[in-house]
Design a protein around this ligand. Structure first.
Ligand code: HEC
Length: 128
């Protein structure tokens, strides 16, 4: 009995330390995830793209020249996947990154002006 009481006393600070360690790790992870999530929005190019409203008709013309070869007219899909409802599946930031990063070959790395990119987004939003 005495032993048990002694053990509980010894263990308590350890339990507290474990809780403190776990909560620090959780908080730290949240801070890291949050900053990664917020960081792309500080990208000046993305900021500029999102500041334009975008012209759907210009976007369609840009799409037909640059993207329709792979994604099909109206984005129905061909070599590249269908882009129907893409703006519901992906955030605008991730669509912009997809277009400008060149990280998903065979899709090339595009360097549209911010205005052209905004027009493309406006067109992609309409592909339902
Ligand atoms: C050479 C062919 C090709 C061209 C040209 C091309 N793409 Fe792609 N695209 C792909 C392929 C292949 C994928 C799938 C890549 C992957 O996820 O691995 C893709 C993926 C995408 C995605 C993500 C789709 C999803 O459901 O996750 C978007 C958005 C996209 N392309 C937009 C565009 C736009 C806008 C253009 C024109 C500026 C373009 N693509 C031009 C081949 C192409």
């Amino acid at each position: 009995m005495n032993n048990q009481i002694l053990e509980t006393k010894i263990n308590r600070p350890e339990v507290r330390n474990v809780i403190i360690t776990i909560s620090s790790v959780v908080v730290l992870t949240m801070v890291i995830v949050l900053s990664f999530w917020l960081l792309p929005s500080k990208n000046p190019y993305i900021q500029e793209v999102l500041s334009y409203q975008g012209n759907m008709e210009r976007g369609e013309a840009i799409f037909n020249v640059n993207c329709a070869g792979c994604h099909g007219v109206q984005g129905v899909g061909n070599v590249g996947p269908t882009l129907t409802n893409v703006s519901k599946r992906k955030s605008e930031k991730s669509i912009i990154n997809q277009v400008i990063s060149g990280q998903t070959p065979p899709m090339p790395k595009f360097q549209p002006s911010a205005e052209d990119m905004a027009d493309l987004l406006a067109y992609l939003r309409e592909l339902n």
